[in-house]
Design a protein around this ligand. Structure first.
Ligand SMILES: Nc1nc2c(ncn2[C@@H]2O[C@H](COP(=O)(O)OP(=O)(O)OP(=O)(O)O)[C@@H](O)[C@H]2O)c(=O)[nH]1
Length: 384
């Protein structure tokens, strides 16, 4: 996956059945800034109607055949993206500014993201820009409780659009927002009725600020740790903030397990440059042994081989894009490694211990007795 600004950005539009994805897309496609956008839609059922419902961009709408995008037509999604690129390169269609993939309501978004990021050919030409998830204000809370796919759709989102809020009884939207905050504390929440929900900027979730073309790491990481946590010296072995245990307002008494808080979001902050080998081993182990539990990971990493040029990492389950070096730190005053992880059934403490195992310094202030006794230079007879 290329993260450079030249690759065509791909946005995933997801949300449970009937949440309002097509309605939102119809509004969005009226924004002139979304001209030269291809929309790929998939459907369940024999009768294909979704593409008819997308009004404004009939030329750009590519309908995948019957089946769920996350499984049966994954090959077809890759083929469609490859075909689009071929048509662009041979001048059959104008260069695309963006591709939007609208998933079926039942899709687990992680495999969809993987199929965009994990195919080497696709990864050369496209970059995953972000995930926009529509949540229905009326049914959202119940749906999240009953359907794991819906919870995953929320967990991996960069932005959450709350639809139908005018139809919801008072208090319902607030309860829904609290639940969404718990599942995904970093995603920006937008009321679907507001004008900004219908603007092209909704899809600008990627690393590069589309206006300046400069990497905006804090926004990309959805990184409140950048603002709220300073350079604490005690973060020697990484500092993890687990959001499954506290909501955004830090109400520590919340019962995290009440709503199946096996999906959790946390960050690891590390003050010292990391050895490339240690990072590679950490990532390899995490994704090979626990890939299916790693819903999403984004990171900016200070590397010991070149601390002036941070490494950008971006992964979904076991699939990671090729790491990319930024030319410089976006904020020279903050050169900390920052990782944001969203996991399912993978406790923060486990990930943190793993990170520490590969990156932690030996504790120099505590003598290692065995090393002292095994020391060939030790003075015979001297007991410590
Ligand atoms: N009042 C109101 N109705 C909405 C809103 N968003 C969607 N709807 C209605 O909800 C129904 C479902 O909307 P769709 O846009 O088809 O939902 P979808 O997520 O594309 O549905 P699937 O493709 O079946 O998963 C339609 O009847 C819409 O008119 C909203 O913000 N307010």
């Amino acid at each position: 996956m290329s993260l450079t600004s030249s690759a065509v950005p791909v946005s995933i539009l997801t949300g449970f059945l009937g949440a309002g994805k097509t309605t939102l897309l119809n509004r969005l496609l009226k924004d002139p800034d979304l001209s030269d956008t291809a929309v790929i839609i998939n459907e369940f059922g024999d009768v294909s109607i979704d593409h008819l419902l997308v009004e404004a961009s009939s030329d750009g709408v590519i309908e995948l055949s019957d089946g769920c995008l996350c499984c049966t037509v994954r090959g077809e999604l890759v083929d469609t993206l490859a075909d689009l690129m071929d048509r662009m390169q041979t001048g059959k269609i104008k260069p695309l500014k963006r591709v939007i993939i609208e998933t079926t309501g039942l899709a687990d978004p992680a495999p969809v993201l993987q199929s965009v990021m994990g195919n080497p050919v696709i990864a050369q030409s496209y970059r995953l820009d972000g995930v926009v998830t529509v949540v229905d204000a009326v049914n959202g809370l119940a749906t999240l409780g009953n359907h794991e796919e819906a919870a995953k759709q929320v967990a991996v989102a960069d932005r959450l659009v709350i639809s139908k809020s005018t139809l919801a009884a008072s208090g319902v939207v607030e309860a829904l927002k609290a639940r969404l905050r718990q599942l995904n504390p970093r995603a920006e929440m937008i009321d679907g009725d507001l004008p900004e929900a219908g603007k092209a900027e909704l899809f600008h979730c990627g690393l590069y600020d589309p206006a300046t073309k400069i990497a905006d790491v804090d926004r990309w990481l959805q990184d409140e740790t950048a603002a709220s946590h300073g350079h604490d010296d005690h973060h020697d072995h990484g500092d993890a903030h687990d959001h499954a245990h506290c909501d955004h307002d830090h109400h520590h008494h919340h019962d995290a397990n009440r709503h199946g808080a096996d999906i959790r979001s946390f960050s690891i902050v590390h003050d010292r440059p990391i050895d490339p080998m240690a990072l590679e081993m950490f990532i390899d182990l995490l994704r090979s042994a626990h890939g299916e539990k790693l819903l999403r990971m984004k990171a900016v990493v200070s590397m010991s081989d070149n601390p002036d040029r941070p490494l950008i990492l971006h992964g979904v389950q076991s699939v990671f894009h090729a790491p990319q070096r930024l030319a410089a730190w976006p904020d020279p005053a903050d050169r900390r490694t920052r990782m944001v992880l969203i996991t399912k059934d993978l406790p923060e403490a486990f990930v943190r211990d793993l990170f520490d195992a590969f990156t932690g310094r030996p504790a120099v202030d505590r003598p290692d007795a065995k090393a002292l006794f095994d020391n060939p230079l030790a003075v015979p007879g001297l007991k410590i």
